[in-house]
Design a protein around this ligand. Structure first.
Ligand code: FES
Ligand code: ZN
Ligand code: ZN
Length: 311
């Protein structure tokens, strides 16, 4: 198969035709930079905290955030990377090595915060304790603490935006999960830019890779020669999300464009969902124990921390 634009051999087939390496890289970067522009994900005065893990999505978003700033004369000293080390043996330590190298190669300051020092236990140690009392899966525990530490340390560094590497596959999965669980309140917070206005306790999250399929991000990272492990978290197969992911991959294979269709439908409905959920979405409280953002009296991170202390 030849590239749609030139006679070189194609590396991927996208919606509008096949592309060679050069034209794919160009297409991918333009798509991300256009998303940032269209949804105003990055402003001139923003202090940017890029949530990174060292995986393909986070390295790609970090690289393109810097590229966007350079192209638009936004000072790159306003970019910093923040990694949360959950403490997942044989997995996270490897991706963090890749991340450290990437950040030093690209001169981006990196801060690493771990579950162990912040919450007293690694995810591997904490999960069995919490699971005993609540049946919660590792991803539930991981998700709560990751979001908590991300928000806390982004705020500490003075960030006005948190940039995440969520791609189109991730978003399509969460949209379906929210539908399956009738969770319209959470749905209203989604989209390329989080529905919660910047507040003292919650920093807005933005997703420049929103319109990029996971396979496109993978190929981009590969073609750019990023040193990255293409492995998955060992817990990823245990969650509800994994089943939704498999279902969507199966549908996508049989009916090309399914994932994009989910995103397009969701974005068309989002203004209505936000309107409907307005009063509730904007109501961000402060946890009475730790003072961080919470949607109830005591935040979930504090509740889980207590479970661990009480063993
Ligand atoms: Fe790693 Fe859920 S804990 S994917
Ligand atoms: Zn070409
Ligand atoms: Zn709390």
């Amino acid at each position: 198969m030849d590239c749609f634009h030139c006679s070189k051999s194609a590396v991927i087939e996208v919606q509008h035709g096949a592309l060679c390496k050069t034209h794919f890289i160009n297409y991918f970067e333009e798509k991300v930079l256009k998303t940032i522009n269209k949804y105003r994900l990055i402003g001139r005065k923003d202090i940017l905290c890029v949530a990174t893990s060292g995986g393909k999505d986070s390295l790609t978003v970090l690289y393109l955030t810097k590229k966007y700033c350079e192209r638009n004369n936004i000072p790159t000293k306003n970019i910093r990377a923040l990694a949360i080390d959950e403490g997942i043996a044989e997995y996270r330590e490897k991706t963090i090595i890749d991340l450290q190298k990437f950040c030093s190669d690209h001169q981006i300051p990196l801060e690493i915060v771990s579950f162990e020092t912040e919450l007293g236990k690694t995810l591997d140690q904490a999960y069995p304790i919490i699971n005993k009392g609540t049946q919660k899966k590792p991803c539930n525990v991981c998700g709560v603490w990751r979001r908590y530490l991300l928000n806390k340390y982004a705020a500490k560094s003075g960030a006005t935006k948190v940039i995440t590497g969520h791609n189109l596959d991730d978003e399509a999965q969460v949209i379906m999960m929210n539908i399956f669980k009738a969770n319209t309140q959470l749905a209203g917070r989604m989209g390329p830019i989080s529905g919660i206005e910047e507040s003292e306790h919650f920093i807005q999250r933005v997703k420049p890779l929103y319109f990029c399929l996971e396979k496109e991000v993978r190929l981009y990272a590969l073609l750019k020669g990023f040193q990255v492990q293409f492995t998955e978290c060992p817990y990823s197969k245990e969650g509800f999300r994994h089943h939704v992911q498999e279902m969507l991959n199966d549908f996508e294979q049989k009916y090309k464009g399914t994932k994009q269709g989910i995103i397009n439908s969701f974005l068309a409905l989002l203004p209505n969902i936000r309107e409907q959920e307005k009063g509730r979405i904007d109501e961000i409280k402060q946890c009475s124990r730790c003072g961080e953002a919470a949607n109830k009296e005591v935040c979930n991170a504090c509740v889980m921390k207590e479970m661990i202390i009480n063993g």
